[in-house]
Design a protein around this ligand. Structure first.
Ligand code: FES
Length: 107
């Protein structure tokens, strides 16, 4: 049984090295924006949860987020991308194809 209907994790990891990390793209501000918009959109507090996360190990595609229970991974570049994820995926359950990360190699 799920506690939240949808659970979103934003990588907000910041590295000191030159290697890519999501916080270099201001991921925390993106997470805060989505959290605020979702508070206005979803009245049930268990409908959605927006969390910060450490490195999700898909750094080369960052900044990234993942949505459960579907396990859908997105990359975003700007507020328009975040709005599409909220409006299409989180509200309507439609995948935002243009923002999907490449499928990982098979196990
Ligand atoms: S730093 Fe964001 S996925 Fe690794």
């Amino acid at each position: 049984m799920r506690y939240y209907q949808q659970h979103v994790f934003f990588c907000t990891n910041l590295r000191d090295s030159v290697r890519q990390s999501c916080q270099r793209c201001d991921a925390q501000a993106a997470r805060n924006y989505v959290k605020q918009r979702c508070k206005a959109v979803f009245s049930d507090p268990r409908a959605i949860r927006i969390n910060s996360a450490g490195c999700l190990n898909r750094c080369q595609h960052g900044p990234v987020l993942v949505i459960y229970p579907q396990g859908i991974w997105y990359r975003y570049d700007n507020q328009n991308d975040l709005d599409d994820i909220i409006d299409q995926h989180l509200q309507k359950g439609e995948i935002v194809e243009r923002l999907l990360l490449p499928a990982p190699p098979a196990l």
